[in-house]
Design a binder for this molecule. Structure first.
Ligand code: SF4
Length: 483
């Protein structure tokens, strides 16, 4: 779910994602279980959370801005009665931190109530929105997700069989949707399968979640992933599957490899692989590709932890704690200016001088976005007395923006958008810099097939010409320049 504006004050320049989904069918107190599930997905969005439940007759919902623990603090779950429901955590851009944009969106159509929760980015949302607005429709949010509501309510689809499938087929881009009516839960994944969505079972109940760590949290057993192009419908007769889009085989998939690098929690299985083990493999591979003589390996916690362990195993250099993370800084420490952002970086991670002083240090991180944060960290390690600082990154240079739901900046702002690796090394002040190769990135999956790597390669799996928004405009001007 993305919104139609994008200035973003952030504490550092980590990439951000838009949302996590959790749905249940067949649990007597669905609301409190969704609450638990959303806790496990908090890393996918910290700016708002919502739950909608149904008991076959009524639909109830609650939502708010902030962390799951803040939104639902002291919640009386008897006010959210139901055996099915959907939940959502979101990350938003600045202009869209309106309560209306927090999902699930709950709307009343002529034939009933719908609750809609979305993860991803609809690249044709603005066109559809404009089309409906010109026909007189009124939108209540500034999110792209709301266009699905209008498609569902559109008489062209509403009065025809397989209405949800037909509406989904109109959408382009990346999406996982959870939809709920008074008595039915639905889950859908876009035909490319950009974002993960998994199904679990708990007794006779069904659970659907963005990541398997949320299934584990509630004691559910992983059943399978929702397939790209698949629509799952769960009701009192059980779970029913159908394809709403034609997907030939894995070569049509475009699963986001960056989920594996950064977004997903290490204890999740994403696209069939354990995230922690894949990241350890990235670290081992980095040690092969960019060996260096050093005294200690340290990680940039938390997302660099597994790759740092891998680098340590692969190189034989001992793993140390060089950075201590402040887990309590959270979303409240938001600074809009660059100077303040540096202060935020320092607040978030403290250097342990006793661990790095006089040492040749290998720092393993998952990615470099603008480069400002990496530069600051190298500087702070040197200030703490590190003799040498060697930076290792467990993915290739990010050179291109993402149109599929990841909030990377434009190519101009991406440090690798305009610099080669040696220039970046010089900019961040490291002694050496090594990025994982593209081959290394796909090594845990065997032969590369069915993944999106566009932010590294610029090879977008869908047609991006005509996509509105600043990234698309930037892309067009780049093409103009080339011509
Ligand atoms: S462009 Fe990068 S971040 Fe976006 S979906 Fe593709 S791999 Fe993921």
């Amino acid at each position: 779910m993305s919104a139609f504006s994008s200035s973003k004050p952030v504490v550092d320049d980590r990439p951000r994602e838009f949302c996590g989904l959790f749905g249940v069918y067949g649990i007597p107190e669905a609301g409190s279980m969704i609450y638990q599930g959303l806790f496990s997905l908090q890393h996918r969005g910290q700016e708002g959370a919502g739950i909608a439940v149904a008991d076959g007759e009524t639909v109830s919902s609650a939502k708010g801005q902030g962390l799951v623990s803040e939104v639902f603090a002291g919640k009386d779950w008897s006010t959210l009665p139901g055996h099915l429901g959907v939940g959502h955590v979101r990350y938003s851009t600045t202009g869209s931190t309106r309560i209306q944009n927090v999902q699930p969106l709950v709307v009343e159509c002529v034939d009933g109530i719908w609750a809609v929760a979305h993860n991803g980015n609809l690249v044709n949302a603005e066109r559809l929105r404009l089309m409906y607005q010109e026909a007189g429709a009124i939108f209540q949010t500034s999110t792209d997700s709301e266009v699905l509501v209008h498609l569902l309510a559109d008489p062209m689809f509403r009065k025809r069989p397989r209405r949800v499938a037909r509406a989904l087929a109109e959408l382009e881009g990346s999406f996982c949707f959870l939809l709920m009516t008074r008595n039915c839960l639905m889950a859908a994944r876009d035909p490319h399968g950009f974002r993960p969505l998994s199904i679990g079972k708990l007794g006779d109940a069904y659970i659907v979640a963005s990541e398997t760590c949320a299934l584990d949290q509630v004691g559910a057993t992983f059943l399978r992933d929702v397939e790209p192009g698949e629509l799952i419908i769960i009701d009192e007769t059980g779970m029913h599957s159908s394809m709403y889009a034609e997907v030939k085989d894995e070569s049509d998939h475009a699963r986001c490899i960056f989920e594996m690098v950064y977004f997903a929690r290490p204890d999740s299985r994403v696209f069939g692989e354990n995230v922690h083990l894949a990241r350890v493999a990235y670290g081992k591979r980095l040690a092969e590709e960019y060996p260096v003589e050093a005294d200690i390996v340290i990680s940039v916690p938390d997302s660099g932890n597994s790759a740092a362990l891998g680098y340590s195993i692969g190189s034989g250099i001992p793993l140390e704690h060089g950075f201590i993370r402040n887990h309590y800084i959270g979303r409240t420490f938001i600074m809009p200016q660059q100077d303040d952002r540096s202060a935020g970086v320092d607040m978030k991670l403290a250097v342990l001088p006793e661990a790095v002083r006089g040492k040749r240090v290998v720092v393993v991180d998952d990615s470099i976005v603008r480069g400002t944060t990496a530069r600051r960290r190298v500087m702070r390690l040197r200030d703490a007395g590190a003799k040498e600082v060697h930076v290792r990154i467990s993915c290739p240079p990010i050179r291109n923006p993402c149109f599929y739901g990841i909030d990377f900046p434009t190519s101009d702002e991406l440090v690798a958008g305009g610099m080669e690796v040696e220039q970046i090394r010089d900019y961040i002040g490291a002694d050496t810099l090594g990025y994982l190769s593209l081959e290394g990135l796909f090594a845990p999956f065997g032969e590369k097939c069915g993944f999106c790597d566009a932010c590294f390669t610029g090879k977008y799996p869908t047609d991006i010409t005509g996509i509105s928004g600043k990234h698309a405009l930037e892309k067009e001007s780049e093409l103009d320049l080339e011509l």
